[in-house]
Design a protein around this ligand. Structure first.
Ligand code: G3H
Ligand code: 13P
Ligand code: ZN
Length: 311
């Protein structure tokens, strides 16, 4: 059933677990995610970026998620990284049950003013709002405490931000970044910062850039490059380890954003299929195995985040 981020995250906040937010661009990714949610009896957040809306169209995405939400698990339809206020407004009026307004690249005062505006629009429609404070960026290049504080989310500023904006969930910067190249080696996250923010704001917190970039799947894409020649090898790719995710959840993260892991699973499976069946021309045969692999990835996340069995 379709529900709001506020409802799903209130339970996660009280129960000290996290709900996965997975990006979709097409039918197969959505079906893969839903199969995992139903199988693990997990609530799920299905999110679309502005780029996904441009690619697939808001109406198509809404219609697909509407069908997906007939499943007997809670489904949130969420706008990811809404930076354009017109798009955010369109989503609020267009069937999304939750939006993220991302003003993190703006000066704090402007971020606060725009987030307040979005919360005002969303309230009328019963739509939830996620906001972001801090720059979601890698941690390894910061040398001083001052530099870290300037980029990562400052706990006192977070408290002032949520009081002023009345957002329902806060995305914080604690050392993760988007994409496949998050760390030079092992995961480095500022766990103490999560604890400090949670203690002060006492509300649902969101971790972006949380893909694990599974070495197994990276290896599978590399193997194919020896046949394909010059293709994305993902050399040196590193994500957030499962141990680090478990620790982040323990310290108060309640929504975990994953996109890159599904992209890599999709690519590995499609490449394998095309290389092993050179006669394949049926899109169902080419994309079907990718769907199965993405479901496996999402099921693992739902177990790891603690949302399995919480539907
Ligand atoms: O955080 C960004 C998501 O991975 C969406 O990426 O803007 O390429 O759709 P995208
Ligand atoms: P990843 O690139 O780590 O999958 O992060 C996705 C994300 O944060 C979407 O908002
Ligand atoms: Zn993100």
């Amino acid at each position: 059933m379709l529900t709001t981020l506020k409802k799903v995250l209130a339970k996660a906040h009280a129960g000290n677990y996290a709900v996965g937010a997975f990006n979709i661009n097409n039918l197969e990714i959505l079906q893969a995610i839903m199969a995992a949610a139903v199988e693990t009896r997990s609530p799920v957040i299905v999110q679309t970026s502005e780029g996904a809306i441009e690619y697939a169209g808001m109406e198509y995405l809404k219609a697909m998620v509407g069908v997906a939400a007939k499943a007997n698990v809670p489904v949130v339809f969420h706008l990811d990284h809404g930076k354009n206020l017109d798009t955010v407004k369109r989503a609020i009026h267009g069937g999304y049950t939750s939006v993220m307004y991302d003003g993190s690249s703006l000066p704090d005062a402007e971020n606060i003013a725009n987030t307040k505006k979005v919360v005002g629009w969303a309230k009328w429609k019963g739509v939830s709002v996620e906001a972001e404070l801090g720059a979601i960026a890698g941690i390894e290049d910061f040398v001083s405490v001052e530099e870290k504080d300037a980029h990562l989310t400052n706990p006192e500023k977070a408290l002032a931000f949520v009081k002023a904006t009345k957002c329902d969930a806060l995305a914080i910067a604690v050392g993760t970044q988007h994409g496949a190249f998050k760390f030079k080696g092992e995961t480095v996250l500022d766990f103490e910062r999560i604890t400090a923010i949670k203690k002060l704001v006492d509300m649902p917190l969101v971790l972006h850039g949380a893909s694990g970039i599974s070495p197994d799947l990276v290896e599978r894409t590399k193997t194919q490059c020896s046949i394909l020649g010059d293709c994305a090898r993902l050399d040196g790719a590193h994500g957030v380890s499962d141990d680090a995710i478990a620790e982040a959840v323990k310290r108060g993260i309640n929504k975990i954003n994953v996109d890159s892991d599904l992209r890599i699973a999709f690519t590995a499976a499609v490449r394998e299929t095309l290389l092993s069946d050179k006669m394949a021309i049926d899109p169902r045969k080419i994309v079907g195995p990718a769907k199965t692999l993405m479901t496996e990835v999402v099921k693992h996340k739902m177990e790891l985040f603690g949302s399995a069995g919480k539907a």
